[in-house]
Structure formats: C-alpha cells, structure tokens
Design a protein around this ligand. Structure first.
Ligand code: PLP
Ligand code: TYF
Length: 399
C-alpha cells in the first residue's frame, strides 16, 4: 500500500535551512528562516526566559495534563498582551482563548473552527503571504483565495487592489491579516489604511482573522504592534486571532501560542471556547505545559515583564541596525538603484525583489541561503557580513 506514496517536496522555508546545513562552504550565510540570531549569528535564549526557567525548576511543579484550553495564567497573559489588560472586552468576558501549539497550531484550530461553523465561506489571504497559510486552510478543507497586497512597481502596498479584492469578496468572508510586520514583504498598512480596512470589513460583514506572529518585533513595542487588532475590536468587529511566542520570546521549539476569538457576548464566548476545545481534543488533546509556564511567569510578573520588553527592543534594534548598514552598503556599491525599501520595510524580513534566477545566483555563487521569493531574514545577518551580502546582491541584480 505504501509503494504508491510520492516524495513530498521540502518546505520552501525550512528546506532552505536543510540545504544550508548540508553546505560545507566557509562563507555560507543562512538568511532563510525567520529565526533571531545574535551578532555572533548564534541562536539566542533570552535572559528573562532563563530566569523564568529557574523559577519553574525550583517550584518543582508536576507534569500533569493541562486542561484542553491550556494554562489559565497563560490564557490571561496572552489576552492581556493582545488587547491590553484593561480592555472592556476582557471585563465583559467576551474573549475565548485556547492555548495551542504556537502560531501554526492555533491557525489550524482556527481553520478547523471555520470548516465546522463558517461552512462554505472563503478565507482571503494576501498575495504573497507566509506559505504555510495555504497548507493550513487547505488541509482543513477551507477554501482560500488571494487578495492583492504587494505592488512590485512601488515595492510597497497595493492598497487600492487590496481594498477592491476585499470589497469584491462575498459578504461574510474571512479576511486573513498579518497583525504587524507582514511576512514576507515587511510592508504593513498605515494607521489610516487599517481604519479603512476595518470599516470595509464592517460594511461587508467580513470576519477579520489576525495572524499575530511578530508582536514586539515590528517596532520593539508590544502595544504599538497590537494596534491593528485593537483598532478592529474597538470598532466593534468580532475577530479571530492566532498568537505566537516563537519570535518575541524566542520560544520557537516550545510551541507556545493561542487561538483567541473576541466575540459579541460572554455567552457566545463560552460556546465558542467549548467548540475550540472540541477541535483541539481530537487534534492533540491538550497543549504542552513548559513554554506556557515560561510565558505566564514573565508576563504576569512586573519585573520580568520589564526585562522582556528591554530584551525585545534589543532584538528589534539589532535588526534595524543591520537594515541601516545594509542599505548604506548597497547605496555605496550600486548608487544608481533605489534602496530605500531596505529601511522602509519592517520586522524580520526584507523583500528584495530578487528574481528566482537571481536568488539562484545568491545561493550557488555566494552561498547565501534564502527563499526563492527573494526574501531575506535580517535576523540572520550581522555587521561583519553586511558587505559580503551587499556584494552578492549587487552582483545578482546586475546579472
Ligand atoms: N504566521 C506567520 C506569518 C509566521 O511568519 C509564522 C512563523 O513564524 C507563524 C505564523 C507561525 O510560527 P509558529 O508556529 O512557530 O508560531
Ligand atoms: O517565515 C518564516 O521563516 C518563519 C518560520 O513551515 C517558519 O515563519 C517557516 C516555515 C514553517 C514554519 C515556520
């Protein structure tokens, strides 16, 4: 029965890490996956995470199953971070929050909810978007379509196209939006544009679904980076949100996140949570304890929360510094071209506009590993490698 199984192509992003590992070139550089590296290009465990781990270790907590909905202290922390702790929706108890397996697992539970309770509706995703969105909705049998997002002419947002496509979608569609630091383009709507998108969702009775994977990584501020979902909730929209702590707490492998729905009443929230639990039960039964304890310790303790904010601003600051250095290097090596996009884009990534053939040149000739769509992760770059990267980009653009 297994003879007919075909070989599946590697993930277009995680496959880049595999290729990088296999390379023996001394100059090799991995700008593929969005994972933060130190200036020494080493993985980084936050000091505040180590501190929380020590507390957890000393408390000698047991390893019992968590409830299906997850750790209460974590669920409180995650909603507080998303909306701000004094938000009226929290007081009104109209928030359903399920701890789940980081951003991906949370999105998958959300997709399961759509396939059961919003049957027949289509999810609209940006073109381009994080590649796994298509798999996640597709594997739950949820139909998806693209809305226009990126304009290669301006290397900016195609706001007009985006609004036209969201307008043309059937009433009551689900509109997937990146909370901040859009992956892969690094281009977000501005506050006025967000407001117009929210008003259009109200008019069309659309359901916004925010994928919040980079809170704190766009500006370095948790509150500023949650402005878009907060605006939508404050305008009275009911929203779905997936949250991830992979990047902002550096908890990639611990799988910490949540599927959150802000709905019209406490009664609806209770019923919605009961169904999210039912979906999780068949998928993985209950979420892992360790990472959720870390996140909860940090967010629910004023001192550690402050330390986290400082370390997060440090990570965002290092990325922004190499952004500036890369732009300056490119401008000096290839003055005829407009490189302003390097610093106008935000978050972990830069969407360079390199074509697939030019990306091939980056990898084959320069051993710089990156995704085929021309995205580079600036979190994997340091000052020492900026000049080398700029040389490779200039060489690739000119060929
Ligand atoms: N959504 C977006 C836009 C992402 O870039 C990522 C990757 O970090 C995720 C979701 C989910 O990642 P994770 O499952 O590690 O939280
Ligand atoms: O876009 C990225 O690089 C991150 C990491 O299947 C990631 O979102 C990439 C692919 C994937 C899971 C996480």
């Amino acid at each position: 029965p297994f003879e007919q199984v075909e070989l599946q192509a590697p993930d277009p992003i995680l496959g880049v890490s595999e290729a990088f590992k296999a390379s023996k070139e001394p100059n090799k550089l991995n700008l593929g996956v969005g994972a933060y590296r130190t200036e020494e290009l080493k993985p980084y465990v936050l000091d505040v995470v180590r501190k929380a781990e020590k507390k957890i270790f000393e408390a000698k907590e047991n390893k019992e199953y968590l409830p299906i909905e997850g750790l209460d202290a974590f669920r409180k922390a995650t909603v507080d971070l998303l909306l701000g702790p004094s938000h009226p929706a929290i007081k009104e108890a109209r928030v359903a929050a399920l701890q789940s397996l980081s951003g991906t697992g949370s999105l998958r539970v959300g997709a399961g909810f759509i396939s059961r309770f919003l049957k027949g509706r289509t999810v609209y995703i940006s073109n381009p978007t994080w590649g796994n969105h298509r798999n996640i909705f597709g594997d739950e049998g949820v139909k998806w379509e693209y809305y226009r997002y990126y304009d290669p002419e301006t290397v900016g947002l195609d706001f007009k196209g985006m609004m036209e496509d969201i307008s043309a979608a059937p009433d009551g569609s689900i509109i997937l939006l990146h909370g901040c630091a859009h992956n892969p383009t690094g281009i977000d709507p501005n506050p006025e544009q967000w407001s117009q998108i929210a008003d259009l969702c109200i008019k069309k009775k659309h359901i916004p679904f925010f994928d919040v994977a980079y809170q704190g990584f766009a500006t370095g501020s948790l509150d500023a980076d949650a402005a878009a979902p907060r605006l939508f909730v404050d305008k009275g929209l009911e929203v779905m949100v997936s949250q991830s702590y992979s990047k902002n707490l550096g908890l990639y492998g611990e799988r910490v996140g949540a599927m959150v729905m802000i709905v019209g009443s406490k009664d609806v929230a209770e019923r919605v949570l009961s169904q999210l639990k039912r979906i999780a039960r068949a998928m993985y039964s209950n979420p892992p304890t360790y990472g959720a304890r870390i996140a909860a310790e940090i967010v629910n303790d004023a001192d550690m929360f402050g330390e986290w904010k400082t370390e997060m601003a440090g990570m965002a600051g290092r990325i922004n510094r190499v952004r500036g250095e890369l732009r300056a290097a490119l401008e000096s090596k290839y003055p005829g071209k407009d490189w302003s996009f390097v610093t106008s884009q935000i978050g972990m990534f830069s969407f360079t506009g390199l074509s697939p053939a030019q990306v091939d040149n980056m990898t084959k000739k320069w051993h710089i590993y990156m995704t085929k769509d021309g995205r580079i992760s600036l979190a994997g770059l340091n000052s020492a490698k900026v000049g080398y990267l700029a040389d490779a980009m200039v060489d690739s653009f000119k060929n």
